[in-house]
Design a protein around this ligand. Structure first.
Ligand code: BGC
Length: 759
């Protein structure tokens, strides 16, 4: 495709037309110039290709496809290779179905456990989220299919999602909400970026020149096109100027006409339109070039992959030696999710699965007659109330077995795209079932199907809890694989489970007042907050148990002192000290130096998943660079790693640190600081190169003060040395002139300020 030539030949109307969809899922064709349409589809954990009668809400059927574990689940694998493979499988399916772009991954940060779409998102931690998103995009795009990383930006709630205004300060945007998009763009170049519905600090994401052009393209070098979330366009012409390329879905010509009018009346420079058309055509052409007509989509093989991914992602939250279960005796499966598991969420990501598995059915197929499995639903899937009869039946089944596995969690209507939860509890019928079963059976395992944290009032009455999350269509087999020990669990929580909702840092401000949503907890999202507050949590970020044990040893840093331009290698050995094969997600956190900057106690800066046979050990190396130590400084509008001693913590979870080291870092520049009459004495004294300029004045001032209190003993007692120090430290230097009683004139002080500001 000769894009420049095509643009030259296009009419104004054709160009404007190309900037919105032909329908729900396709870009427009320009037949006379041989420009084909390109199809896009959700996403993100499977293919939702609607052929006819497409609709937004996913009510009409899409083609039969494979539902992989949702974002929250696969992110808990802490395994970049695994999510890359999932991406390859998704890409393969898209290629076989002639899709140009898969609408995902969805990477919004989990600010609150209540967000209805948390099941689709990865994590509360930007580093983990960024690494996993980048790998998934690389995997999908390796198959010649594009991605649409979404929803850009600060779109962490569903409530009033099309109008809410996320008010977020710059440092928080840079440290928490932007990094996933930043890394993905810089390292994986998604073909498209989907802008979100909401406003950011007053401006619709779809009209934000700052985020769509200055940050995304000028700073990060994004080369693809920006597509609107479905219906996110407010002012089409302003959007175009800001850098929004494709409006989806079709606006039935209405907005195209506005573009034409704006060009004709001189309100929009046609060159802006041409650039947009060029960006869209480049991706359409790329998609054509990468088309592989022979591609096939082996659904059975992908089901197997979905099972493996689910098995390596589920998180064993608690185990008092109850798991794995033996493949003999009587086991009662109670809870309707045993027969009809919840394995995906509602809304645009809903996949029309070609087959599904339940734990009950999988137990029959995989365990045969060696284990006698009984079943009782325990609660209704259609009515949200405690049904005594169902509970009694379940209790009887549990009492008659050697062990009870209760399948519980959140039903579809409790969490979904489009609205948020109002509390963090499971249905009362699920909680009650667990409690009643635990009264008659001492061996209780709980398997949870939910997309985000829940309260667990019954936790102490259970022997084991497996967080299966929303694990995709092969959930049944994956649960059985883990329960009976064929797969050793190795998932780790990508989010903190607080004890109660009120503990969550966003609690005071979530879900905002009308459209105004203040992100006042700032950078203290998830464990960054719970750690700083030294709070108890139900389960910490990074937590997840295994059927084996791992020993960490031999932490070595390549150097003890580094410059901020250097890299640091951190090596250590992990050994499997148990008796079965297992995988461990090793996590590296960095702690900041003591200083004036308000920072989290620690932040994840590296993770690596390794598989080890019993007795086997492996050496792992992490490489850290300036960014691993830096915070975002809003004076210089850049990342800054201050000089000082940084802690290097390596562990099995954010609260299970096994090895600690320290590195001293030297910054190559200092943050520019301008002194004036209001600069504090203490700040100048800290600046070693400049302190000498005021030391004399300080001494004289001290003498002046000393004289005043000589003959007044009670006044002397009232002023302790500490108080005097503080008074001087926090005194603006202008007061040398006023309080000092002729010590110095304002003109002389100006002279000192001039010298203070000299390089
Ligand atoms: C969702 C997007 C989705 C789009 C198309 C929107 O409502 O927010 O995530 O890709 O619909 O279905």
């Amino acid at each position: 495709m000769d894009i420049k030539k095509i643009i030259e030949q296009m009419t104004l109307e054709e160009k404007a037309g190309l900037c919105s969809g032909a329908d729900f899922w396709k870009t427009k064709a320009v037949e006379r110039l041989d420009v084909p349409p390109m199809m896009v589809s959700d996403g993100p954990h499977g293919l939702r290709k609607q052929d006819d009668q497409a609709d937004h809400a996913g009510i009409n059927e899409s083609i039969k496809a494979v539902c992989f574990p949702t974002g929250v689940t696969v992110c808990s694998s802490f395994d970049k290779e695994l999510i890359r493979e999932m991406g390859e499988n998704l890409g393969e399916a898209c290629q076989a179905e002639n899709l140009g772009v898969l609408l995902g991954p969805a990477v919004n940060i989990k600010r609150s456990p209540l967000c209805g779409r948390n099941f689709e998102y990865f994590s509360e931690d930007p580093f983990l989220s960024a690494e996993m998103a980048t790998a998934q995009i690389q995997g999908i795009q390796s198959q010649g299919v594009g991605t649409s990383i979404k929803h850009y930006l600060a779109n962490s709630q569903e409530h009033r999602r099309m109008s809410s205004d996320s008010r977020v300060d710059e440092r928080t945007l840079r440290e928490i909400y932007l990094p996933t998009f930043e890394k993905a763009v810089k390292e994986a170049q998604p073909w498209t970026v989907m802008c979100s519905y909401n406003r950011i600090n007053g401006t619709y994401a779809s009209e934000s020149h700052r985020f769509l052009t200055e940050v995304l393209r000028d700073e990060w070098g994004f080369e693809g096109f920006v597509v609107s979330d479905w219906g996110a366009v407010n002012d089409r012409v302003e959007g175009l100027k800001a850098g929004l390329d494709l409006e989806m879905p079709s606006s039935f010509g209405l907005n195209d006409a506005k573009i034409v009018r704006a060009v004709k009346t001189g309100k929009l420079d046609e060159a802006v339109l041409d650039k947009t058309v060029e960006r869209i055509l480049k991706i359409v052409a790329l998609s054509q070039e990468k088309r592989n007509k022979k591609a096939v989509f082996d659904r059975e093989a992908q089901h197997g992959k979905a099972r493996q991914i689910a098995g390596e992602s589920m998180v064993l939250l608690k185990n008092e030696g109850l798991l794995p279960l033996q493949k003999k005796g009587k086991v009662a499966f109670v809870g309707a999710f045993a027969q009809k598991p919840r394995f995906q969420g509602g809304g645009s990501s809903h996949i029309n699965t070609f087959k599904e598995s339940s734990a009950l059915q999988a137990a029959k197929e995989l365990l045969g007659s060696s284990v006698e499995v009984s079943y009782a639903p325990g609660y209704s899937l259609t009515e949200d109330c405690v049904d005594k009869k169902l509970i009694d039946e379940a209790v009887a089944a549990a009492a008659a077995a050697d062990c009870a596995v209760v399948f519980a969690g959140l039903p579809d209507n409790y969490e979904s795209e489009g609205y948020d939860r109002s509390h963090m509890r499971m249905p009362e019928s699920h909680d009650r079932l667990i409690e009643e079963v635990a009264k008659v059976q001492k061996n209780v395992v709980v398997v949870l199907h939910n997309g985000s944290p829940v309260e667990m009032p019954w936790l102490s009455q259970t022997g084991a809890v497996l967080e299966a999350y929303l694990s995709g269509q092969a959930v049944g087999e994956a649960v059985i694989d883990i329960l009976f020990g064929d797969v050793n669990p190795s998932g780790k929580l990508a989010e903190t489970f607080p004890v109660k909702l009120e503990d969550n840092p966003s609690y005071l401000y979530y879900i905002g007042e009308k459209d105004v949503v203040e992100y006042r907890e700032g950078i203290f999202v998830g464990y960054r907050y719970y750690d700083k507050k030294n709070m108890d949590v139900l389960f910490p970020f990074g937590h997840g148990l295994s059927y084996t044990t791992f020993e960490y040893e031999g932490l070595k840093l390549s150097r003890s002192k580094i410059h901020d331009t250097d890299t640091l290698s951190v090596t250590l050995t992990v050994k499997n000290t148990g008796s079965v094969y297992g995988k461990e997600a090793v996590q590296l956190y960095v702690t900041p130096p003591a200083g004036d900057i308000i920072r989290p106690n620690k932040e994840l800066k590296g993770f690596e998943k390794i598989g080890l046979k019993p007795g086997e050990s492996k050496r792992i190396t992490f490489t850290l660079d300036k960014r691993s130590f830096a915070y975002y400084n809003t004076t210089i509008n850049d990342w800054y790693a201050e000089s000082g001693d940084y802690g290097i913590l390596v562990g099995s979870s954010s609260r299970d640190i096994r090895l600690e080291g320290e590195v001293s870092l030297k910054a190559s520049s200092s943050i520019p600081w301008k002194y004036d009459m209001n600069s504090l004495v203490g700040d100048i004294l800290k600046d070693h190169k400049k302190a000498g300029l005021i030391k004399g004045l300080l001494k004289s001032m001290d003498e002046v003060f000393g004289q005043g209190s000589d003959d007044d003993e009670s006044a002397k007692d009232a002023i302790t040395d500490e108080m005097k120090d503080a008074m001087f430290k926090y005194m603006p230097i202008r007061n040398f002139a006023c309080f000092g009683g002729g010590l110095v004139t304002f003109e002389e002080l100006q002279d000192i300020i001039y010298k203070l500001n000299e390089a």
